[in-house]
Design a protein around this ligand. Structure first.
Ligand SMILES: Cc1cc2nc3c(=O)[nH]c(=O)nc-3n(C[C@H](O)[C@H](O)[C@H](O)COP(=O)(O)OP(=O)(O)OC[C@H]3O[C@@H](n4cnc5c(N)ncnc54)[C@H](O)[C@@H]3O)c2cc1C
Length: 374
């Protein structure tokens, strides 16, 4: 007889960890399978650690709703459990007339999403807040911030365990097969291949989440579940740039990302990035030859930056549903009853603002799971 669990979660990034904690609190038996040797080694530890306000996304989208809710939950959790953060605020800057019109649209979009503290800034007002920044106009978002995401990951992991969730590391899910009302989850670890039976599967496999859906038997091309990888690189700036700017500074957003921004991390390091380039494979190296591109992007609003002060730092890969040149795509958080897989919950395309939204996403999935057990 194969071992049986209530809920099997695939993936222990921030989404799998937060979801495991949420579901285990509801007294369900939870197993989390993670192919790496520990949690949070992929996209969840390769990002900007920015707490987003929820400005950019269309109203009523999951990205907007869960970002705004997740931001509040995250600040509260950081306060309650001593996870370091800084509500430093952010300014989105416009460098020309066209971008000023963009800012107006972003202001309206943010308000529709419930971000009601945005402040449009003139050139003089930007200068007053950030004397070293060059901009024709700006949009201030006081509720944006940065935080220690590594501590959040540790906290969620230990809380999920305290609530009774079991983590199985170095164990890759290689097959999921429907057997009656349950699922047989095939796993591969150091000792070989084995299986468990789960009543509910929650697919939090990040960059592999489309492949997991395919393994179960979903036609990912037809369902629009196929992921596109979009790489974001970071360059660091010399330590002489510390404390020249106190807020996050973003350009108006690009098609595939939020734009190369300025961020001073909690440890004082100053970083530029991430860029956005569609790639075929997962490769976290940073291409030095992109230095000039970063410099040109930053120079428009950070006139004091010198080319030789940029050094390659790190990279992350966005699991995007939106291909190059395509329109906005929302997070997919779906119970697959309609596709013939009751008890399977897919989370696909959990790119930015997934870190900010993680606690709200976990609540959302927790409710879905509760409904399934009712
Ligand atoms: C460059 C960049 C910058 C970003 N900046 C921000 C930001 O500032 N603010 C913000 O809110 N969001 C940001 N994000 C988005 C955020 O990082 C992600 O939304 C979030 O980390 C996604 O978490 P996850 O748990 O879904 O994925 P992951 O962290 O990738 O976790 C998925 C896990 O599943 C495991 N897995 C995969 N396949 C299997 C399998 N078959 N069996 C077992 N385990 C498996 C993987 O090993 C991995 O650990 C950024 C993303 C990128 C790429």
């Amino acid at each position: 007889m194969l071992p049986e669990v209530d809920v099997a979660i695939i993936g222990a990034g921030v989404i799998g960890l937060a979801t495991a904690r949420e579901i285990a609190q509801g007294k369900k038996e939870v197993f989390v399978f993670e192919k790496n040797r520990s949690s949070g080694l992929e996209t969840s530890s390769r990002n900007s650690e920015v707490i987003h306000a929820g400005i950019y996304y269309p109203e009523d989208s999951l990205k907007a709703e869960l970002c705004v809710e997740g931001k509040k939950l995250l600040y509260n959790l950081c306060d309650k459990h001593n996870i370091a953060y800084k509500r430093c605020g952010k300014i989105i800057v416009a460098s020309d007339e066209n971008e000023i019109n963009w800012l107006k649209e972003l202001y309206e979009q943010g308000r529709k999403n419930g971000v009601d503290d945005l402040v449009p800034l003139s050139r003089t007002e930007v200068k007053k807040l950030e004397p070293n920044i060059e901009a024709r106009a700006g949009l201030l978002s006081p509720s944006s911030g940065i935080f220690d995401s590594h501590n959040l990951l540790k906290f969620l992991y230990s809380q999920a365990r305290e609530e009774g969730a079991a983590f199985v590391f170095s164990t890759e899910v290689i097959g999921v097969e429907r057997t009656g009302t349950k699922y047989k989850v095939q796993i591969r670890d150091r000792d070989g291949i084995s299986a468990v039976i789960a009543h509910i599967i929650v697919n939090c496999a990040g960059l592999n989440s489309d492949k997991i859906a395919q393994l179960v038997g979903i036609d990912i091309a037809k369902s629009g579940y196929r992921l596109h990888y979009c790489k974001g690189e970071y360059f660091s700036l010399d330590s002489k740039y510390r404390n020249l700017v106190s807020r996050l500074i973003y350009p108006v957003p690009e098609q595939a990302g939020h734009g190369i921004h300025w961020r001073q991390a909690l440890d004082g390091r100053v970083l530029l990035g991430p860029s956005a380039r569609y790639v075929e494979a997962i490769d976290y190296s940073v291409d030095e030859t992109h230095r000039q591109y970063f410099y040109n992007s930053a120079k428009r609003f950070l006139p004091f930056v010198e080319l030789e002060d940029l050094a390659p730092e790190s990279a992350g890969i966005r699991p995007k549903l939106q291909g190059a040149g395509e329109d906005f795509r929302d997070f997919i958080i779906a119970h697959e009853e309609k596709t013939g897989f009751p008890g399977l919950i897919n989370l696909i395309g959990i790119e930015s603002p997934g870190l900010t939204a993680a606690l709200a996403i976990a609540r959302y999935v927790g409710k879905m799971v509760d409904d399934l057990f009712d």
